[in-house]
Design a binder for this molecule. Structure first.
Ligand code: 2BA
Ligand code: 2BA
Length: 109
C-alpha cells in the first residue's frame, strides 16, 4: 500500500477530490500553506493499493493545471531601500507536487 501526498492548488482541489472519488479512491483533504508564496494550497492524502497507484497519479495529473504567478520580492535586509526598485518575479506554480510514501501499517480502529 502507498500513501500519496499531493500538494495542489485550492482551485483544483474539489474537482480532483471528486475525480478520485469516482475512481474509488479514498481521500483526506488538508488545508496547507506554501512556504514560498505563503498562500493557501491543498494537500491531499490518498492511501491506495500498490497496483492502483498509477491510476491515482493519472487522475491527479489530469485534474491539476499549471499557472504562472507574479511574486513581489521582499526588499533586501539592511540595504538602502531608497534605491531598491522591486521587480515582480514570475514563478510557475504546479500542477501538483506529489510524494509517494510506502505504508508500513494501515489500521482502522
Ligand atoms: P470520508 O472520506 O469522509 O469517509 C467517511 C466514511 O464514509 C468512511 O469512514 C467510510 O465508512 C465511508 N466511505 C468513504 N468512502 C467510501 C466509498 N468509496 N465507498 C463506501 N464507503 C465509503 P472511514 O473509512 O472510517 O474513513 C474516515 C475518514 O478517514 C475518511 O473520511 C477519510 O478522510 C479518511 N480516510 C479513510 N481511508 C482513507 C484512505 N485510504 N486515504 C486517505 N484518507 C482516508
Ligand atoms: P510554495 O512554496 O508557495 O511555492 C509556490 C511556487 O513558487 C512553486 O511552485 C515554485 O514554482 C516557486 N518556488 C518555490 N520555492 C522557490 C524558490 N526557492 N525559488 C524560486 N521559486 C520557488 P511548485 O514547485 O509547483 O510548488 C507548489 C507548492 O507545492 C509549494 O508552494 C509547496 O507548498 C509545495 N511544495 C513544492 N515542493 C515541495 C517540497 N519539496 N516539499 C514540500 N512541499 C513542496
Amino acid at each position: 500500500m502507498k500513501l500519496i501526498m499531493a500538494v495542489v492548488q485550492d482551485k483544483d482541489s474539489n474537482r480532483l477530490v471528486n475525480a478520485l472519488g469516482e475512481g474509488n479512491f479514498r481521500t483526506t483533504k488538508l488545508a496547507s500553506t506554501g512556504g514560498f508564496l505563503k498562500e493557501g494550497n491543498t494537500t491531499l492524502m490518498v492511501g491506495c493499493e500498490d497496483e492502483k497507484l498509477d491510476s491515482a497519479l493519472a487522475i491527479i495529473k489530469d485534474n491539476c493545471s499549471q499557472r504562472e504567478q507574479m511574486v513581489a520580492p521582499i526588499s533586501p535586509m539592511g540595504g538602502n531601500a531608497d534605491s531598491y526598485i522591486p521587480q515582480p518575479v514570475k514563478v510557475e506554480v504546479g500542477g501538483a507536487t506529489v510524494f509517494v510514501l510506502p505504508i508500513e501499517s494501515y489500521f482502522q480502529f
